[in-house]
Design a binder for this molecule. Structure first.
Ligand code: 3PG
Length: 212
């Protein structure tokens, strides 16, 4: 398996971050690292995403930083130039996926049905984001999808929290789970990094407990 995917598997929970202001990037990265969750998917939903990825990648070289909500090849270029080690998209955009695979860039595209998964397999991908996880049927749906697609592993994201994440992580076909519960915007806005560290620590403990 790709080394970055192995690292994502080992970390187990990917904090999905929406940063309004790049000045919050470094303290947020520090808070996550302090909690033992040295990873972030910084979403391109705000203008601060690119600069935030750059700051986190440069100042926290041991952290695994990826870009989320990547919808265009232009965003792929900006994310990778800023230091992103992986690309995540909510859906499977064939153009974006082809661009990434042809350029050796790791992408986990969002899939929520068999047709999406077959497109991913056609593009040589066997790790996909399952999005939006809970509204799309959660773990039961993943188990149903995992049956015919025996090589595929999933990164469920959307509606996952400190309670239901345990069930997901306990299932062998889950590479990692994504979620925003430990990096909620109100915590970042309030500068409550102590709380973020505590929630990250709890998440890191859950990974350990779930995987033994
Ligand atoms: C998102 O859409 O913001 C991510 O998939 C995370 O979802 P969550 O906020 O439900 O964890």
């Amino acid at each position: 398996m790709n080394q970055t995917l192995e690292k994502l598997q080992q970390i187990g929970i990917i904090p999905v971050v929406v940063l309004e202001d790049a000045k919050d990037a470094a303290p947020l990265a520090q808070a996550l690292c302090d909690g033992g969750l040295a990873c972030a998917e910084v979403t391109f939903r705000t203008a601060a995403a690119e600069e935030s990825i750059r700051i986190m990648s440069e100042q926290f070289p041991d952290m695994l930083i990826g870009a989320g909500t990547v919808l265009t090849t232009e965003q792929v270029d900006r994310a990778v130039a800023a230091g992103a080690k992986f690309i995540v998209s909510p859906g499977l955009n064939p153009k974006v996926v082809k661009y990434c695979t042809e350029n050796g860039i790791l992408i986990t595209p969002g899939c929520s049905n068999p047709s999406d998964i077959e497109l991913a397999l056609d593009n040589g991908l066997d790790v996909v984001k399952f999005f939006p996880a809970e509204p799309s049927g959660g773990l039961n749906m993943i188990k149903a999808l995992a049956a015919p697609y025996t090589s595929v592993k999933f990164i469920p994201t959307g509606g996952i929290n400190a309670t239901n994440v345990r069930d997901y992580l306990a299932y062998g076909r889950i590479l990692a789970c994504g979620g925003s519960w430990m990096v909620k915007n109100d915590l970042i806005k309030a500068g409550d990094y102590a709380r973020i560290t505590a929630l990250a620590k709890e998440a890191a403990e859950i990974v350990k407990e779930s995987r033994g």
